[in-house]
Design a protein around this ligand. Structure first.
Ligand code: SF4
Length: 333
């Protein structure tokens, strides 16, 4: 059986159930790299120039961990998944960059997805990917249709049950997700919304177990994937009109939504050196200053971010939220 390696990084959190279904429908075995470790980050970092953003360094570390474990590594170049809305340029060159910096990697299965080029180009890309496994176009078509349905089910599961991607993936695969999500919130506990890219919010090594820490403090945690597409679009439209960057919805739209409803505090997570985020997170910051309804804090992560620094800031923020909630309750009595 052909083994396909999928790095647990970048777009994994958005599309893993779809990719897994597609390859398994075509008779392949899917192998996912383990959760990020410091060694993986150091290995990835050693192959790239210093100013590459942290998530890409982590991605390369995951590729290196898969090198002798699979026959192919799947690395799509996703330019856009929505009409006139584009991914960060780092995603477009990912297959070529990986070939250049990890020459010992097994052959890379790449596919370029750009919805703006029309359905014909999308179908051609899917068929050429499927041809590595079968020459039967009907089989590829059936695998693609089943995979798309798996993706829709995954999105529905996250919004309807308010699950994070790791928990939803765990649930879909029948494996209990040990972390995050093991601590229950108390009845009047504060709700904290997190905004940022999924590869920052759910990689526990990069963010120093942020969700786990919030849950340990008995806070309820809301994340971007828990909102419906309609909620995201309408919130984004109120701030920027039409989103040009895919991630405007995850940052600006989610920020706008949670600053106005559903959260006692909002935390924005970004990485040092990320151009799109520095602009988008600033918009959320300004919006929070204008509204003055919900406290906002942003955390910038980088390779050498100290855990103690994150913990101190988090504790101070949560303290402030708790005191604020207490004052509001006392004012109502
Ligand atoms: S959006 Fe920012 S963090 Fe994400 S890949 Fe692009 S530069 Fe890196």
């Amino acid at each position: 059986m052909i083994k396909i390696g999928i790095p647990r990084a970048l777009l994994y959190y958005q599309y893993y159930p779809m990719w897994q279904t597609f390859f398994e429908e075509l008779g392949a075995e899917v192998i996912v790299s383990p959760p990020t470790t410091q060694l993986m980050l150091s290995d990835g970092s050693s192959r790239l120039v210093a100013d590459t953003c942290l998530p890409v360094k982590v991605f390369v570390g995951h590729v290196l961990s898969l090198v002798d474990k699979c026959d192919y590594i799947f690395i799509p170049a996703i330019r856009s998944m929505k009409s006139k809305s584009y991914n960060c340029s780092k995603f477009l060159g990912l297959p070529d960059m990986t070939r250049a910096v990890v020459p010992e990697a097994p052959p890379i299965l790449d596919i370029e997805i750009d919805i703006n080029r029309g359905k014909r180009s999308l179908y051609q890309a899917i068929y050429s990917l499927g041809r590595h496994f079968t020459w039967n176009p009907y089989k590829v078509r059936r695998a693609a249709t089943t995979a798309w349905q798996a993706h829709l089910n995954y999105l529905e599961l996250m919004t309807s049950q308010r699950l994070t991607p790791p928990k939803a993936i765990g649930k879909l695969s029948g494996v209990a997700e040990a972390e995050p999500g093991t601590h229950s919130s108390q009845p009047n506990s504060a709700t904290i919304a997190l905004i940022g890219h999924p590869y920052l919010l759910y990689d526990e090594h990069i963010n120093h177990r942020l969700i786990h820490r919030l849950e340990q403090a008995h806070k309820r945690v809301l994340t971007p994937e828990m909102l419906t597409a309609e909620e995201l679009q309408s919130a984004t439209a109120r701030v920027v009109g039409r989103a040009y960057w895919t991630y405007e919805e995850e940052v600006v739209g989610v920020g706008e939504h949670y600053l106005k409803s559903g959260a006692n505090g909002v935390i924005g997570i970004m990485v040092f050196g990320c151009g799109p985020d520095s602009v988008m997170m600033d918009m959320v910051h300004r919006q929070s200053a204008r509204l003055r309804t919900t406290p906002f804090m942003s955390i910038t992560l980088e390779e050498h971010t100290a855990e103690a620094g994150i913990v101190t800031r988090l504790e101070a923020f949560l303290d402030m939220i708790d005191r604020r909630q207490k004052r509001q309750v006392e004012a109502c009595v």
